[in-house]
Write a new protein. Structure first.
Length: 566
C-alpha cells in the first residue's frame, strides 16, 4: 500500500510527487531504459527523439529518474562545461538502496572519472603522463606478435569465433602487458573483466579477483619497478596513494578491455556483413584508420558515457533540469543525430568528430592506444586470412544490450585452413642481407681465382695506391648482374673506380681488375677506335660532364658490354 504524501499540514497532498512516473503528464512520459525495448537501441533513440527532442526524460532500473541526451551538440555542451555539470555522484539528489544494480557504476570512488577541478587535474596528469611514456611503435610490434600467435591457434581448423578466440584474448594480452600484469595471468584477468561487465552472478567474485591481482601488482612494482603503467603511476609527481593506484589500474583495464574488444568485434562484423564497406577497404579507397572512424560513428564501443550531475537549475535541449539531476551522455544516439548526419548512408571517412571517446576535460586519455591495438590486430588478421567469411547470417548474430553498451557475444567465421606463419630466420652477423648472396656464398672460393691472362700493360693494373685502396671497398649492388659469382656486387675482387657495371655469364668466374682492363681494350679494338680511356667508343656520341668527366656512349649495352666511367 502506498502512503499518501503530506503537504506539511497533516492532510494528504493533492499534487503528485515530482518526477513520479505514475503521475507524469502527457508531455512528461518517461521512457524506461531497461526491458525488451532496449534490445533495439537505435529504434528507441528515434522514438524518444520524436517525442521529446534532443533531451528525453527516462527511468533507469529501479524506476530511478534521469535525463538522456540524444543530440550531438547537447552532448558536447555537457562534456565541455564542467562548471555546470559535475562528475561527482555525491551531489546527486537520489539515494540508491544497497541492492540497486546502479550502485556499482554510480557510487563515488577515488577515480578521476568522479573528480572535478584540481583533484581531477592531479589524477589525470598522472594517468596522461604515464600513458604518454609508452612507445607506440613498440605497442604495435607486440600487438602483431600476439595476433600471429592467436591466429596460429585456429588457422589449421578453418573456423573460429573472432570474439572469443581473437578480440577478447588480444585485448587482454596487450592491456595486461601495459599495466604490468604477468602474461600467464593476462587471459584470466581478461575473462574476469568481461564477466564483471556482463553483470553475471559471479560478477562480484570476478571483481574481487581483479582487485587482488592489482593489489599484488602494486606491491611487486614498488619493490621492482618496470616499464609499465603501474610503475609509472607509483613514481609520478602527483604522489598517488597505493589505493588510488589500485583503483586507477582496475578502472583502466576494465574500461580499456571492454572498449577495445567491442571496437575490434564491431569493425570485423562490419567488414564481414557490409560488402560495400569491405570493397572500399580492400580496394584502397578507404584506409583502415578511416574504417575505424566509420565504425565508431555507426557502432561506438560504448553507447552511454559517464554520468553528469547538474550543479544548479538550467535549461538543456528545451528541458528544465533541476540541481542535482542526473544526465546520461548518449554517445551512440549523438552520433546518429539527424542534425549532424541527415543521411546515415553517406560515409564519414576521416571525420573524427564522433563521440566514441567522449570529449572535454574527461576525454579518454588512451584512445590512440586503443585505436592502435584494433588497427594492427585487424590488419594482421585480414592479411593472414584474406578469404574469411561469416559462418552465419546477419540476423543470427547475438548482440546483448546493456545500460552502457551493446556487446557482440560471438562472431563465427569460416575460411580456408592454412598452416602457421613461417618465421623468417635472422641473418648471421657478417653476412649480406641479399638471399641470393647467402645461397651462393658457399660456392665462392676463399680467394678469387687468378686472371686467365697476365697484365696487359707494364705497371700491373695501372691504378694508383689511393685508387687501389678505394677499390677494396664493396661497391654498390647492381640488379643487372646475375649468376652465382656475381650476385649483387662481388666483395672478394677489387673493383676499379672507373668500372660502372659488368655483365658476365656465370662461367667467367669472379671478375678482377685485369679482366675489366682486358675486356675494355678488346671492346675498343674490335670497334676500330683505338685503345685507351680517351678513345671514342663506337659510333656513339661521347658525353662530357663537369662532375663525372668523360662517360661512355649512350648506346644500349649488349650482353657482355660494359659502361666506363672515369
Amino acid at each position: 500500500m502506498t502512503i499518501p504524501r503530506s503537504d506539511g499540514t497533516g492532510s494528504p497532498a493533492t499534487a503528485p510527487p515530482p518526477q513520479c512516473p505514475a503521475h507524469a503528464g502527457p508531455g512528461d512520459v518517461r521512457q524506461r531504459m531497461y526491458g525488451p525495448e532496449t534490445d533495439a537501441p537505435y529504434d528507441l533513440y528515434r522514438k524518444m527523439r520524436r517525442q521529446h527532442g534532443q533531451v528525453a526524460p527516462v527511468l533507469l532500473p529501479g524506476d530511478v529518474p534521469a535525463w538522456f541526451i540524444l543530440g550531438h551538440r547537447e552532448n558536447l555542451d555537457v562534456m565541455r562545461t564542467p562548471s555546470l555539470w559535475s562528475c561527482d555522484s555525491r551531489v546527486w539528489n537520489v539515494r540508491l538502496p544497497m541492492d540497486s544494480p546502479l550502485l556499482p557504476i554510480t557510487a563515488w570512488q577515488p577515480l578521476m572519472v568522479f573528480a572535478d577541478g584540481d583533484e581531477h587535474a592531479r589524477l589525470r596528469a598522472a594517468v596522461v603522463d604515464a600513458l604518454g611514456r609508452f612507445n607506440r611503435h613498440g605497442i604495435r610490434r607486440y600487438v602483431g606478435r600476439y595476433t600471429q600467435g592467436l591466429v596460429d591457434q585456429f588457422a589449421r581448423i578453418g573456423r573460429a569465433d573472432l570474439v572469443r578466440d581473437f578480440a577478447e584474448p588480444l585485448s587482454a594480452l596487450v592491456l595486461s602487458r601495459q599495466c604490468g600484469v604477468r602474461e600467464q595471468d593476462a587471459l584470466a584477468v581478461g575473462a574476469a573483466v568481461r564477466d564483471m561487465v556482463k553483470g553475471t552472478e559471479t560478477a562480484l567474485q570476478s571483481n574481487d579477483f581483479v582487485v587482488s591481482v592489482m593489489t599484488e601488482l602494486v606491491r611487486s612494482k614498488k619493490e621492482q619497478p618496470g616499464d609499465d603503467l603501474a610503475s609509472w603511476l607509483l613514481v609520478h609527481e602527483s604522489k598517488l596513494s597505493d589505493q588510488e593506484v589500485i583503483e586507477h589500474l582496475r578502472h583502466a583495464i576494465v574500461a580499456a578491455h571492454e572498449n577495445t574488444t567491442n571496437l575490434i568485434a564491431n569493425t570485423l562484423r562490419t567488414v564481414l556483413t557490409d560488402q560495400r564497406f569491405r570493397a572500399r577497404l580492400s580496394g584502397g579507397s578507404m584506409t583502415l584508420p578511416d574504417a575505424l572512424d566509420q565504425v565508431m560513428w555507426d557502432a561506438p564501443p560504448m553507447s552511454v558515457g559517464a554520468f553528469r550531475f547538474a550543479r544548479r537549475d538550467t535549461i538543456l535541449g528545451g528541458q528544465a533540469i533541476k540541481a542535482g539531476d542526473m544526465v546520461m551522455l548518449g554517445l551512440a544516439a549523438g552520433n546518429v543525430d539527424p542534425e549532424i548526419r541527415p543521411d546515415l548512408d553517406v560515409p564519414v571517412h576521416g571525420n573524427r568528430s564522433h563521440l566514441a571517446f567522449s570529449g572535454g576535460p574527461h576525454q579518454c586519455p588512451g584512445q590512440d592506444i586503443g585505436r592502435g591495438i584494433a588497427e594492427t590486430g585487424i590488419d594482421s588478421l585480414l592479411a593472414r586470412l584474406p578469404n574469411i567469411q561469416l559462418a552465419l547470417t546477419v540476423d543470427e548474430l547475438n548482440v546483448t544490450s546493456s545500460l552502457v553498451s551493446s556487446r557482440l557475444e560471438s562472431l563465427p567465421v569460416a575460411f580456408v585452413p592454412c598452416g602457421p606463419r613461417t618465421r623468417r630466420r635472422k641473418p648471421r652477423p657478417g653476412l649480406s642481407r641479399c638471399r641470393r648472396q647467402q645461397r651462393h656464398r658457399s660456392l665462392r672460393p676463399s680467394h678469387p681465382p687468378p686472371s686467365p691472362r697476365g697484365p696487359r700493360f707494364p705497371g700491373g693494373d695501372g691504378c694508383s695506391v689511393a685508387a687501389r685502396d678505394k677499390a677494396q671497398r664493396p661497391g654498390p649492388t647492381s640488379r643487372r648482374q646475375s649468376g652465382p659469382w656475381f650476385c649483387g656486387s662481388y666483395r672478394g675482387a677489387p673493383k676499379a673506380p672507373w668500372v660502372r657495371c659488368l655483365r658476365l655469364p656465370p662461367r667467367f668466374g669472379p671478375p678482377t681488375v685485369e679482366v675489366h682492363r682486358q675486356r675494355q681494350e678488346s671492346l675498343f679494338r674490335d670497334r676500330g677506335q683505338g685503345s685507351g680511356p680517351t678513345a671514342r667508343a663506337g659510333s656513339g656520341k661521347r658525353v662530357k660532364s663537369a662532375r663525372n668527366g668523360w662517360r661512355g656512349t649512350r648506346k644500349r649495352p649488349g650482353r657482355n658490354s660494359l659502361r666506363l666511367r672515369r
